[in-house]
Design a protein around this ligand. Structure first.
Ligand code: GLY
Length: 554
C-alpha cells in the first residue's frame, strides 16, 4: 500500500466513522424545562437540531430573562451531519458607534462604579436576534415563524416564577425597580414576585412575531429599532439606528485541538474559551492522569489553568480589531514551553509569571445542547451578562438589554473593583465585540461525541475543561455536570473550589505545595450536556443539578 494512501486513510477513517453513523435518538439539555420542551416540539414537527436551537434560544429568552434574551448575544457552535461542516455563529454584542475607551471613567480617569453594569449605557448592540434568523435561514428546515411559535406562546401565556427566579430577581431588585418597564415585567409591586406568579410578556411576544415575519428587519429596523433607540437615548444610553442596522452576525472557524487522541472543537475569539481549553489540554497532555495521585492531578490541572489564563488576558480580544496569535497559543510546542516551568512539588506564584490578569465577567448566562437523529449538533452559550443584564427594558418592545459592555476592560492596565486588570486587546472601541469566556464545545473520540457548555463567567472555561476530562475518563454526562469544580485564573493567585470538589487530603496537600485555597460561597455553574455513545448506539443527556434545567432524550 503506498504511504500516502495509508496517511489519508488514517486521517479520514475516524471522521467517516462518526459521519456514517446516526444517533438512535435525539436529545436536548437546557437550563429550563419549558425551553427543552420548546426544542422537542420543533424536533417532533420535523425540524432539525438547528430549528430546535432557534426554538430553545427564543424560549430561554422568554423564561430565563435573567440569563439571556433578544437584548443579548452568544455563540452557537454547529455541526452539520450531512457533510461534517462545523462553524461558530458569533452573535456577540458590539460596542455602539458612539462608544469610546474611557466612557466608564470619571474626570480623574477612575472607573465609575456600576456604569458598565447597569442601565442602557451598559448595553452593547444585541446579536441574538441576528443569530436566530441566520440559524433558521441558513441551517434550518422549518420557517422562522414555526420555530419561534413556542416562544411566542410562552411570552403570551407566561411562565411561573420559581425559587431560582426569585434569587436572581432579589439580587437585581434595586436596579429593576429603577426602570418602569422592567419593574412592571419582572417584579410584583416593586418586590420579588411570589412562587407561582406568572410572568407574561406581551410586548416581547409582538417583537418575536415581527422577527418571525420580517427576519432581521423586524428587530434591527422599523418600529422595534426606533423604540429601542429612543428609550436608550432618553435614559442616558448612546445607541443609534445605524448601530442596529449595521449589526452583523459573523460565522467563524471554530478553535480545534486534540487531547490524547480525542478531537476538541470549541468557541473562537471573541471568546477566549476554545483557545484556553486547547492550551490547558496541550499543557497536560503528556501526563497520564490515572497514574497521578489526587493532589498531583489537581496540581497539574491548576498550574495549566494558571498559565492559559495569563495568556488569555494578554492576547485575547475581538479578532477583527486585534491580531491574536491563535496558532501559537494552540500549538503543542508552545504548551511544552509552558509545561517546562511547572513543578509538581510547588505552586508557581502568579507574580513570577510576567503579565496581567483576566478581567472579571458576569456570572449569569445560559447554555444548551442539541443533538438530532441525523447527527446534527448545536452547543450554544447565550447571555445578557449579569442577572437581568442591564435591568433596562426598552419601553414598548419587551426587550431587556444586556450589560455586555462590562466584559470590556473599562481601564486597560489598571486594577478594577475586583483587583483585576484587563488588557489593551480588550479595550472599548466602536463596533468592537467584548472578550468572552463562553465556551460551547464538542469533544469526541472515534466512538463517542460529547456536546457541552455552561454559564459561569470566567469560570466557564475551567468547568468545560473539567467536563471534558471526565468525558475522557469514560464517565457519562450525569458525572460531567455533577463534577466538583475548582478553578484558577492566574490572578487573583488563588485556587477556588466549590464545596465537595476537593478531599480533605487534597486540600492539605495543595496547601503544602503553596497554594492559597478559597472555597466559593456557593456551588457554581449550570452545565447542559449530551453524549452520543456510537459504540453502544445510545444517547445520554444531563442537566446540572445546581440549576432547574431539564435534559430529555427521545
Ligand atoms: N458575559 C459572560 C461572557 O461572555 O463570558
Amino acid at each position: 500500500m503506498p504511504r500516502w494512501f495509508l496517511i489519508i486513510f488514517i486521517v479520514l477513517y475516524p471522521l467517516s466513522k462518526v459521519q456514517a453513523a446516526t444517533p438512535p435518538q435525539s436529545a436536548i439539555a437546557s437550563a429550563h424545562p419549558l425551553a427543552t420542551a420548546a426544542g422537542m416540539e420543533i424536533l417532533a414537527s420535523g425540524g432539525n437540531a438547528f430549528d430546535a436551537a432557534v426554538a430553545v434560544t427564543a424560549a430561554l429568552a422568554v423564561v430565563e430573562p435573567y440569563s439571556s434574551g433578544l437584548g443579548g448575544g452568544g455563540f452557537w457552535l454547529l455541526h452539520r451531519a450531512a457533510d461534517g461542516y462545523q462553524t461558530m455563529l458569533d452573535g456577540r454584542e458590539t460596542a455602539p458607534g458612539a462608544s469610546h475607551r474611557d466612557m466608564y471613567l470619571d474626570e480623574h480617569k477612575n472607573v465609575i462604579p456600576g456604569a458598565s453594569m447597569n442601565g442602557p449605557l451598559s448595553a452593547g448592540i444585541p446579536g441574538t436576534p441576528a443569530a436566530i434568523v441566520h440559524l433558521a435561514e441558513k441551517y434550518g428546515k422549518l420557517s422562522l415563524k414555526k420555530s419561534l411559535a413556542p416562544a411566542i406562546k410562552l411570552a403570551r401565556t407566561g411562565f411561573k416564577v420559581d425559587a431560582h427566579y426569585q434569587r436572581m430577581a432579589k439580587f437585581r431588585k434595586p436596579e429593576l425597580n429603577k426602570w418602569s418597564a422592567s419593574k412592571k415585567l419582572f417584579l410584583h409591586e416593586g418586590d420579588v414576585p411570589p412562587i407561582g406568579h406568572r410572568v407574561k410578556q406581551h410586548n416581547l411576544a409582538k417583537t418575536l412575531e415581527l422577527i418571525a415575519e420580517k427576519g432581521n428587519a423586524g428587530f434591527y429596523q422599523g418600529r422595534v429599532a426606533k423604540q429601542m433607540v429612543n428609550a436608550v437615548k432618553k435614559n442616558g444610553g448612546i445607541w443609534s439606528l445605524a448601530d442596529l442596522k449595521n449589526y452583523k452576525l459573523i460565522e467563524r472557524e471554530p478553535i480545534r485541538g486534540s487531547y490524547r487522541g480525542m478531537r476538541i472543537t470549541s468557541a473562537a475569539p471573541p471568546s477566549s474559551g476554545g483557545i484556553a481549553i486547547v492550551n490547558i489540554l496541550n499543557i497536560m497532555e503528556p501526563y497520564d492522569l490515572t497514574r497521578l495521585t489526587g493532589v498531583e492531578q489537581k496540581q497539574l490541572i491548576v498550574e495549566s489553568m494558571r498559565r492559559a489564563y495569563r495568556d488569555r488576558a494578554i492576547y485575547l480580544g475581538d479578532p477583527d480589531f486585534v491580531d491574536i496569535p491563535v496558532k501559537q497559543l494552540t500549538d503543542k510546542m508552545y504548551a511544552a514551553g509552558q509545561r517546562a516551568s511547572i513543578r509538581m512539588d510547588k505552586a508557581t506564584p502568579s507574580s513570577s509569571l510576567p503579565g496581567i490578569a483576566a478581567s472579571p465577567e458576569g456570572f449569569h448566562t445560559t447554555h444548551f445542547s442539541v443533538l438530532d437523529q441525523a447527527g446534527n449538533r448545536v452547543a450554544a452559550t447565550v447571555t445578557v451578562n449579569y442577572p437581568f443584564g442591564s435591568c433596562f427594558v426598552a419601553e414598548g418592545t419587551g426587550v431587556l438589554l444586556n450589560d455586555e459592555m462590562d466584559d470590556f476592560s473599562a481601564k486597560p492596565g489598571t486594577p478594577n473593583a475586583y483587583g483585576l486588570v484587563g488588557a489593551e486587546a480588550n479595550a472599548i472601541a466602536p463596533g468592537k465585540r467584548p472578550l468572552s469566556s463562553m465556551s460551547p464545545s464538542f469533544i469526541e473520540s472515534d466512538d463517542a461525541v460529547a456536546i457541552l457548555g455552561t454559564p459561569g463567567g470566567s469560570r466557564i472555561i475551567t468547568m468545560v475543561l473539567l467536563g471534558m476530562l471526565d468525558f475522557a475518563r469514560g464517565n457519562p454526562p450525569e458525572s460531567w455536570v455533577d463534577y466538583g469544580r475548582f478553578h484558577h485564573q492566574y490572578l487573583p493567585d488563588q485556587l477556588q473550589y466549590e464545596e465537595g470538589a476537593l478531599t480533605a487530603k487534597e486540600i492539605a496537600g495543595l496547601q503544602q505545595l503553596g497554594h492559597e485555597l478559597k472555597q466559593t460561597a456557593w456551588r457554581y455553574g449550570n452545565m447542559q450536556a449530551i453524549l452520543w455513545d456510537i459504540k453502544q448506539d445510545k444517547v445520554f443527556a444531563a442537566s446540572d443539578k445546581r440549576g432547574v434545567g431539564q435534559a430529555l432524550v427521545k
